[in-house]
Write a protein that binds this ligand. Structure first.
Ligand SMILES: Nc1ncnc2c1ncn2[C@@H]1O[C@H](COP(=O)(O)OP(=O)(O)OP(=O)(O)O)[C@@H](O)[C@H]1O
Ligand SMILES: [Mg+2]
Length: 416
């Protein structure tokens, strides 16, 4: 059964997938698990399927047949993967095999789309497809880190397009397998950080107010008086600093266009902080196994029993944050010595922005001041709670413009 093509923006982050499919935003950890015990598999009964659908990412058991995925084994995702106790398939923030080359990118992209299609079918029909088969056509925009884009974007796009042939995702949670055939009709691969800038450029009123509030709160002496949110996001010459889990992308825009020559990627991110905290704690005998586990412990309130440990862990993590703040700000100096002359506004965003703010913001300000002339150069430091989603929102906007009859993506930078 076929339906209208879907529009998908997919930000396949080192830490988390951010997906926007037909306007619905989802976020889940970028992990999967293979080689779990499938012999205990009990198919879901009819009365259990509704509950499954509402938590599909965390429950599904899926295999893939696609040029994007070499290993055709069944995989689990989200919470079921985390709780399986098995080795996680994760983007490795140290090994520099790119996102375009590992199975996980394809796995996460296809899984997200297949889950959306199956969810949608069940939502409309109240049952699984009798034929055991669903089809879906997709307009997709996704991104690669700036450092990877140059050499891999084209091949990555071709793998999605697959010469028009379908990618197949098969669900094993039910009495009989359900196959979802995915055909990508239009695909656009952007640079991470570039897509976030599109998210900013195309921001609507409420969001513009938020950007403005965030900006002025860090310039308490009225430096930004008279400047609106729209002014900030409409600046033609900008530097975007996207602090992710495994990479920091420095995306430069000149005259309103992405400037690939001046943009770059640093192969470290907030995950580097977590990894080095983890190593320190393990040396001290603490039993944490993964940076996800550590991150969960740090980001949640401690109980009276864990308070002492939490305080210690937090202190170790803070000193790593501070050290990493120095690393990032000296990298910013390098970028700035290349492009500082023409930059009008700096944006800082991504999941790592807020955790690093206490250490990083002042350092950035003084680094930038070293290059100073008398011009005001606002650093618009955006809260991670929403700025983690800038890339995916920009990608969704791009995906909406991929059909020839709607618009030309090249015009995107100008379209405000
Ligand atoms: N509310 C939050 N929920 C989850 N993680 C958060 C949150 N706020 C900050 N973080 C931190 O942000 C990081 C993930 O950021 P983000 O989602 O931007 O990275 P990513 O896009 O997955 O990675 P990359 O850009 O390197 O591919 C994690 O290391 C996490 O610890
Ligand atoms: Mg990211």
């Amino acid at each position: 059964m076929t339906t209208a093509p879907i529009t998908a923006g997919l930000d396949l982050g080192n830490g988390y997938v951010k997906a926007n499919i037909n306007g619905l935003v989802r976020v889940f950890p970028s992990i999967a698990v293979k080689q779990f015990n499938t012999s205990h598999h009990t198919p879901l009964g009819d009365d259990e399927i509704g509950t499954f659908m509402n938590d599909i990412i965390n429950q599904m058991d899926v295999s893939f047949s696609s040029p994007l995925v070499r290993s055709t084994e069944r995989r689990l995702f989200g919470e079921r993967a985390l709780k399986s106790g098995l080795n996680l398939e994760e983007f490795d923030v140290f090994a520099r095999t790119g996102k375009a080359e590992v199975d996980l990118s394809g796995v996460l992209a296809l899984a997200t789309i297949a889950a959306d299609r199956l969810y949608d079918f069940y939502d409309k029909n109240g049952s699984l497809p009798v034929s055991g088969k669903l089809k879906v056509k997709v307009d997709l925009a996704t991104a690669l880190p700036i450092g990877e884009f140059k050499h891999h974007a084209k091949a990555f796009k071709q793998k999605f397009l697959n010469e028009g042939a379908p990618h197949i995702a098969t669900f094993y949670n039910f009495e009989r397998p359900v196959h979802v055939e995915i055909v990508f009709e239009n695909v656009y691969v952007a640079n991470e950080g570039e897509s976030a800038q599109y998210g900013l450029m195309l921001a609507k009123d409420q969001f513009l107010d938020m950007i403005h509030r965030e900006a002025v709160k860090r310039f308490p002496n009225g430096e930004l008086d008279g400047i609106t949110g729209k002014d900030l996001v409409s600046a033609k010459n900008t530097l975007g600093i996207d602090i992710g889990e495994g990479t920091i992308d420095f995306a430069v825009f000149s005259n309103g266009k992405f400037n690939g020559d001046a943009s770059s990627t640093m192969n470290q991110g907030y995950g580097t902080v977590l990894e080095s905290t983890l190593t320190k704690l393990q040396d001290e005998g603490y039993p944490y196994k993964s940076r996800k586990e550590l991150s969960e412990f740090i980001h949640n309130e401690p109980s009276p029993f864990t308070k002492k440990k939490w305080t210690h862990v937090k202190n170790v993590n803070q000193s790593e944050e501070n050290r990493f703040g120095d690393v990032v700000s000296s990298e910013v100096s390098k970028v700035f010595s290349r492009v500082g002359g023409f930059i009008e506004v700096i944006f800082v965003f991504g999941g790592g922005a807020t955790p690093l703010e206490w250490s990083l913001f002042n350092k950035l300000q003084s680094r930038v001041a070293e290059f100073g002339d008398d011009n005001l150069l606002p650093i618009v430091y955006l809260d991670s709670a929403f700025s983690r989603f800038l890339n995916v929102q920009g990608l969704f906007q791009v995906a909406q413009r991929l059909r020839p009859e709607t618009a030309n993506t090249r015009k995107l930078a100008k379209a405000k």
